[in-house]
Design a protein around this ligand. Sequence first.
Ligand code: HEC
Length: 130
Amino acid sequence: MFRGTRVPLLSVAILPLGLGFAVFGAPEQPVDEARAVGPVSYASQVAPLFAAQCTSCHGDETQEAGLALHTYDAVMKGSEYGTVIEAGNPDESLLLDMIAAGEMPQEADAMSAEEVALIRSWIAAGASNN
Ligand code: HEC
């Protein structure tokens, strides 16, 4: 008499486990390069770095090489020579090259490895205005 109900009960017990993996991701996902949880945010993570270390020379008032970094649109527009960020392609992005090599910011300490990794992740994920 109980035979008919056993299989459906088992399925109901396993369902939440499957849903848990679907929502939170399987437990053994590879850790991404910036060890960030979720995508890097331009507004709350990248823009503050530019504001602290770059906009004195690339901002509203001074735009060395024609480059401003104080708004998302300005960042994506690039310098008088062309774009400095190629969305989705960190290896082709001049801005990343220069901060990784310590060439920018000028007249200041280089960005930390963590800061460079954060900006790399943001570019790799599509450099969105998120
Ligand atoms: C003290 C001034 C100063 C600061 C601070 C500074 N820069 Fe620059 N930047 C310059 C000057 C001057 C140039 C143009 C000459 C050169 O390329 O060396 C330049 C050029 C660049 C270029 C190359 C533009 C092109 O197309 O050739 C990039 C990219 C850049 N800066 C990014 C940054 C970033 C990112 C920061 C912050 C981490 C930063 N800069 C901070 C002065 C500065």
